[in-house]
Each structure stands twice: as C-alpha cells, then as structure tokens.
Ligand binder design. Structure first.
Ligand code: 4AD
Ligand code: MG
Length: 462
C-alpha cells in the first residue's frame, strides 16, 4: 500500500478505505481497552487520530508509543464518533520506526518558551508553531518565484562569494583559506592575499544587487533570491547575520515604477498567504497574535503612503516625542522613528523617498539638489524597514565622482562602471528582507523564529 500524507487524507477522505500513514506521535491517551494516538507528519498542522484496540497489539509495542516516537500505521478510515475530528484510522498494524524516551524528549505537551525552543532548533520543527511557520515560509518562497516568473522576470543567480561590498559598509564576513595562525604580511604590514585562494580579499555577499544590475542591463527584468551575510553586531529581533533577500532589478524603471512594483509585490505575497496557508494562519492568529489576520487584510486594503524623507523628518520633529535617538535632517531613521510614522502617525505602511545621500549607498541616483538621492524604503507596522531600494545612478561621471568622493575601491568596481560606459540605461531595484516579510505574515515577533537555523552574534549552533 502507498503511504498517504495526512493533509491529503483529511482533504479527501474515502471512508472505509484502507490507508497507510506515517508520522510522529503528538499525544497518546486512552485506557485498558483502547489507545488514541494523535499522529502528525508535518504536511499540515492537523493530526490524524489513530485508534488502537489494545487486544489487537502487543502490550510492549503500545507502551513504547510515546510523544515524539515515529510510527507507520495502516488501518481502515472510519467516520469518527469522538469530538475534535471527523475521521480516524482504526489501526490494523503498527510499525514503530523510532522510540522516543518519554523522560528525556524535550517537547512535552505543555507550551514551551520561544527561547527554550531556539535551543532545540533540531526538534522545534515538530511543534505546531514552527511547523506552521516553516510551511508558510515555503509557500512565500514559492510565491516569490511565481510572482516574478509570471511577470517575465528572470531568476539570476548572483554569487555568494564576492570581492565587492555592495552596501559599502564594513560588516563583511571574510572568506579565506589562509592559515589564521600564520597570515602572511606585505612589507608595509598589510595582509598579503597573493597566495590566498582567490589571490585577493574575498567575502560573503551582503547583497546580490551589483551583479543583479549587470543582469538587468541585458535581460531587462531580473531578480535574485538568496542568502546574504552581514557581520553587524545587532542583537535585535529584526537582524540576522545570515538572512535571505529578494532583489528585483529592472531596466527602464524610475523610482516611481520601483515603488509601484514593491507595493504590488508585497501585497501579492500577503494575498498568497491568505489564500494558500489558511489553516496555519488561523492557528497563528489564535495562538501567537490575535490581530494577525486583521493586520494582513488591513495592509492589503490600503494604499501605502508615499512621502519624502524631508517631510517625514518634519513630522517626527513636530510630534514633540522624546526619542531615544534624537532626530534631525541628515540622520538615519531608527526603528522607533519608522514605527512611529507607520503605527502612530499614518497607521499604514509608508514609503519614504529621497534620503540624504550621506546615509545611503554610493550607487543611488543623485537628485538635482546635490543633497539627496532617489532612494525608497518601505516601512511596515511592527517591523520598520522591510524593503530598501532606489533608482540607480546610471550616469558614468556622476557615479565615478561619487565612488571617488567616498574613497571606494574604483579598480575593484571596473565592471560595474563599464555598464555605464556601454549602453547605460535608467534602472531601479529593491531588496526585500525575506525573514522580515515572514515575521509580518506570521506574527512571530522575533526573526530568530522564522528561519530554521538562525545565525546571530555568538550563535552558529546546528
Ligand atoms: O536596505 P538594505 O541594506 O538594501 C540592500 O542591500 C540593497 N542592495 C537592496 C537593493 O536595492 N537591491 O537591505 C534590504 C532589506 C532591508 O530592508 C531589510 O528588510 C533586510 O534587507 N535586511 C535584513 N534582514 C535581516 N537581518 C539583517 N541584518 C538585515 N539587513 C537588511
Ligand atoms: Mg536599508
């Protein structure tokens, strides 16, 4: 007999048919005569109830069926008389694949704190909450590919190891095969990379954007979707050292087209979740965050506010609020400022544009005022910045002078500059933090709990 997944079984049950299911025991209860086993195989948040007549089974086998153990069960599908389920399986044979010591199995019926579950990340996917989160994470990853594929975008695989630093920040993970106890130096004291694997300094990418631009200037519309790495020492519920980013890049888009795409894209992902992840979202709405579904529908039903950074600064100053980080024109917004605008002032997602050039990356299109660049950040309730993007500087001279002004390594960016020499074009793009989107869609408050194995300062376990 072929195994059937529990999701499929519950969706289209054929009463009186013989079925074979496999999964992990969530609970077992019963009495001398009968045992009720709730079995889950991760295909859905819902369990199937297995009913075992104790007279039919070896007493020791039944004793060994405890929470966490793994079973293969065949039997007849029956309409259930009990409460809480419509169907159940009357077991005819049970094979115990793996016992689970009841004394030491850490996932007992009582609820556990998210902090504790993080320490057992190898087992936490077996909880209802993490099962729901990882199924939703999968669905959204799939929806991202579907969205862009349907729009004629090409998935471009940008490198993980690179010699460049797209964001111009210092937060790089170096990649080397040098013996760390014995690093060769040049006469002037600098590290000699000549004999290193790549013959020059290399690092894990902080963003696929620069290579993405090369793709857009040939294929028109591309996106990358992959892991990115930042060694920033930010111990916050919104930062990971390894996170996934979705980065579309579009030739012939200005920053308004860019914002239109960003808004349409995130709304599509939310709608996709509401339509395809109903059971998991209902569960999260009841257990994690009672306002979740309402918030998702609210964002879908409202146009995002669009305003300049300069106007936003006025609002923040006029609010008269006491900020932990005092704000004035020229300063970068902190999460408290972003969240004030979104959660208190506008009570809607906000897209801020035209930031001061000194707080944004070198590649952004410079405005005529000489002070600001055509950036756009999308700010979300409960999160703050969820998307960062811009129109790109396509003018060779303007780009080169900005690179020089910032003392960036011009010779390492020769290939980037060349695209502005040969058939340059106006173009734009943005990066969506995938885990931040999953935080928003699941209502899970901490980013460490929406990625299977989080990497944060001092933590690379599993
Ligand atoms: O604003 P960022 O730094 O923009 C870029 O990297 C651009 N190259 C994107 C582009 O235009 N193609 O990062 C983009 C998004 C942020 O808005 C945030 O959602 C997420 O990536 N992000 C992080 N998510 C988790 N942990 C971190 N440490 C993150 N840093 C950025
Ligand atoms: Mg940003």
């Amino acid at each position: 007999m072929k195994r059937i997944k529990i999701k499929e079984l519950l969706a289209s049950p054929e009463i009186e048919s013989d079925v074979l299911v496999k999964g992990w025991v969530r609970t077992k209860r019963g009495n001398k005569n009968i045992a009720f086993i709730a079995l889950n195989d991760g295909s859905t948040i819902n369990n199937i109830q297995v009913v075992a007549d104790t007279a039919k089974f070896d007493e020791n086998l039944l004793k060994d069926i405890t929470t966490g153990s793994c079973l293969s069960v065949s039997g007849k599908l029956i309409e259930s008389q009990g409460q809480g389920q419509n169907i159940e399986i009357h077991a005819e044979s049970i094979e115990l694949y793996g016992k689970s010591d009841a004394e030491t199995y850490p996932l007992q019926k009582k609820g556990h704190s998210m902090e504790f579950l993080r320490e057992i990340a190898h087992l936490r996917p077996r909880t209802n909450t993490f099962g729901a989160v990882f199924r939703i994470r999968h669905a959204i990853a799939f929806a991202i590919h579907k969205y862009f594929n349907d729009k004629g975008f090409f998935y471009l695989h940008t490198p993980i190891i690179t010699g460049s630093n797209a964001e111009g920040a210092g937060e790089l993970f170096h990649v080397t095969t040098m013996d760390l106890a014995n690093i060769p130096h040049n006469k002037d004291g600098s590290v000699d990379f000549n004999n290193d694997f790549f013959g020059k300094p290399a690092n894990l990418t902080v963003s696929g954007q620069l290579e993405g631009e090369l793709g857009a200037l040939a294929l028109s519309d591309i996106y990358t979707f992959g892991p990115t790495f930042r060694a920033e020492n930010s111990n916050t519920p919104r930062h990971l050292a390894e996170f996934w980013m979705v980065e579309p890049e579009m030739a012939f888009y200005d920053n308004n087209d860019n914002m239109d795409l960003a808004e349409d894209f995130v709304k599509y992902l939310i709608r996709y979740a509401l339509e395809n992840c109903k059971d998991d979202l209902d569960f999260l709405n009841s257990i994690i965050d009672k306002g979740l579904l309402e918030r998702l529908n609210f964002v879908l039903g409202n146009e995002f506010i669009r305003m300049t950074y300069t106007d936003a600064i006025k609002i923040l100053i006029d609010s008269g609020k006491k900020w932990e980080y005092p704000i004035s024109w020229g300063k970068d917004l902190q999460a408290e400022h972003e969240r004030y605008l979104v959660e208190e002032h506008f009570k809607k997602p906000v897209i801020l544009t035209d930031y001061p050039k000194d707080i944004k990356a070198f590649y952004m299109k410079q405005n005529d005022d000489g002070k600001t660049v055509r950036a756009m950040d999308v700010l979300f309730p409960g999160i703050g910045e969820i998307i960062g993007g811009s129109q790109r500087e396509e003018n060779y001279d303007a780009l080169l002078s900005r690179i020089k002004e910032l003392n960036l390594p011009e010779k390492d960016l020769w290939w980037y500059l060349e695209t502005r020499k040969f058939g340059t074009a106006p173009h734009s793009g943005f990066g969506l933090g995938f885990e931040r989107m999953i935080i928003f869609i699941t209502g899970i408050p901490n980013i460490r709990d929406v990625i299977p194995f989080p990497r944060t300062p001092k933590n690379a376990e599993f």
